[in-house]
Design a binder for this molecule. Structure first.
Ligand code: NAD
Ligand code: ZN
Length: 379
């Protein structure tokens, strides 16, 4: 089969590799029809993780079940399914509590598992024609009747729609509150969409790219262009000096590459500044634990200095971590089915698998108009 394979920093290619096979009777094999490129893929693409050469990318996957292990019960050949990016077992202590992002079986000893990801278990990604899904009864979300028609919305249930929702949830958000979201990438835009659905009184979205800020505005947010000056101050000015009730970090580690001296603490410091005293901050942007190639010593050790003094004096709260996708995605699927959730609105490109190398390059550079790429294997 064809698959998008990692060769080294900023080098991916579409190679022919062996087809996946049923390895345990709880597995299924999926023929992928839509598989997205995510901001999280860029941590590996840019070479700041231990992602091995030859590994297949892709954790935002949707397709048709073509082969079913003998012990799979609920999922049938021919079903159209979307896979949460977390690989869960369904029976460990964390999965039982709904914390499927931290499964203790699929990546023992560390923090959870995902398809096509460094340090998150051996699972191959789905930017390919076929993929193997373990514990398939647990890890496949069976889609409704309109699955094909709304495929580009449903594929967002694998990650960015629930992750955006999770960022809002981690901040402690309540209907009627105001919220500031840093980052108008796919995750930040989905946090804005979620806050809108959940009844935010005011939503601010910070970025420095016109095309992404326009999408934020179309979702119903007030765009904050950080090129025009300190974004936290702009939000304070717009809220009578008080700041917002809640804040979401949807940028993550890349900030250090892009903002030189300001490093990865930049968005955290902005959030402490633009969030009200006693307010809450949800951090879904990924901060890679250790990066030997990082531009400064703190980051090499996976550390980050942020303004803990003001955070403490303001009595703020913080929530962090991978999204537990299964905790949200049945409900978000209903919102899509009923037309109230429209995550596909941020898609900029629908491309065949062969064009993945070029798409990675453009998305990594945040080239104008490259907001969210969905790959269509088989086209
Ligand atoms: P992305 O990386 O393209 O989006 C980031 C956006 O932040 C870009 O538009 C960029 O211009 C903007 N940005 C950079 N510095 C900024 C700053 N200082 N202030 C405000 N905006 C700034 O793509 P994405 O897919 O939206 O991913 C965002 C983050 O979310 C990544 O770190 C990704 O790994 C993470 N993520 C986390 C989870 C989870 O489960 N927690 C899931 C998916 C993605
Ligand atoms: Zn993702």
């Amino acid at each position: 089969m064809k698959a998008v394979v990692y060769n080294g920093p900023k080098d991916v290619s579409v190679n022919t590799i062996d087809d996946p096979k049923i390895e345990k009777q709880t597995d299924v094999i999926i023929r992928l029809t839509t598989t997205n490129i995510c901001g999280s893929d860029l941590h590996m693409y840019e070479g700041r993780t231990s992602f091995e050469k030859g590994r297949v990318f892709g954790h935002e996957n949707l397709g048709e079940v073509i082969e079913v292990g003998a012990a799979v019960d609920r999922i049938k050949k021919g079903d159209r399914v979307c896979m949460p990016f977390n690989v869960g077992c369904g029976f460990c202590e964390n999965c039982e509590r709904g914390l499927t992002g931290f499964c203790l079986t699929t990546n023992p000893g560390t923090a959870g598992a995902a398809y096509g990801f460094a340090e998150m278990g051996p699972w191959q990604g789905g930017q390919a024609e076929l993929m193997r899904v373990p514990y398939a009864d647990f890890n496949c979300l069976k889609l409704p009747e309109d699955a094909e028609e709304k495929e580009d919305d449903y594929v967002m249930l694998s990650d960015i729609f629930p992750t955006g929702w999770h960022g809002v949830e981690l901040s402690g958000f309540l209907p009627g509150e105001s919220i500031a979201i840093y980052g108008a990438g796919p995750v930040g835009l989905m946090a804005a969409h979620s806050a809108e659905i959940r009844g935010a009184s005011q939503i601010f979205v910070v970025d420095s790219h016109d095309d992404r800020l326009k999408l934020a505005e179309a979702i119903g947010a007030i765009p904050i262009d950080m090129r025009k000056g300190d974004p936290a101050q702009q939000i304070l000015d717009a809220t009578g000096g008080l700041g917002t009730d809640r804040g979401v970090e949807a940028v993550g580690y890349q900030c250090c590459d892009r903002h030189g001296k300001e490093r990865s603490n930049y968005t955290m410091n902005c959030l402490v500044k633009s969030t009200k005293a006693t307010g809450g901050i949800g951090v879904v942007g990924v901060f890679v634990p250790e990066d030997p190639n990082a531009p400064d010593d703190l980051q090499k050790e996976g550390k980050m200095a942020f303004d803990f003094g003001n955070f403490w004096f303001k009595g703020q709260k913080i929530g962090t971590g991978q999204c537990n996708v299964k905790h949200y995605n049945r409900r978000l699927m209903k919102l899509i089915e009923q037309g109230r959730g429209n995550p596909a609105q941020i898609i900029s490109h629908r491309l065949p698998l062969d064009q993945a190398p070029d798409a990675y390059k453009h998305f990594d550079e945040r080239d104008a108009g490259w907001t969210k790429v969905v790959l269509k294997p088989g086209t």
